[in-house]
Design a protein. Structure first.
Length: 132
């Protein structure tokens, strides 16, 4: 039996990312020691294990690395089928998120972030094709 899709939990490590999405910003953690932007957020930099971390607003552009289409409804209210993409941000990190495009993603195709309200006060980034 499916249940309602759970909302993201507001852990200290990703609170800035979720708050940024509400403002229409893609916020990504950065190490102040080596300059590496990374994902997912955590207590240390995955490159040098530094703890001097902060957040930057990413441009939200990149390319599709992989994608999958789900045909099973796992949660009440999900419209199936839906597509999930893995995006390589131009800044380096790789994110997995929902697809906002009306056509199939293209491996290597350029994408840009957009933001979708999923509940009162909860906004999530998703990616779709670059529009001109």
């Amino acid at each position: 039996m499916s249940t309602a899709r759970p909302l993201p939990l507001r852990h200290p490590e990703d609170r800035e990312h979720l708050d940024g999405a509400v403002r229409g910003e893609l916020r990504i953690p950065v190490c102040h020691t080596c300059g590496q932007e990374f994902w997912p957020p955590g207590p240390v930099c995955p490159r040098d294990f530094g703890r001097d971390l902060g957040w930057v607003t990413d441009r939200g552009t990149g390319t599709v690395n992989a994608w999958v289409r789900f045909h099973k409804q796992y949660f009440t209210g999900d419209v199936v089928p839906y597509t999930v993409v893995q995006v390589d941000l131009d800044s380096g990190p790789r994110l997995t998120t929902t697809w906002a495009g009306g056509t199939d993603p293209e491996i290597g195709g350029p994408v840009a972030v957009s933001f979708r309200a999923v509940d009162d006060g909860v906004v999530l980034p998703e990616f779709g094709p670059v529009t001109t």
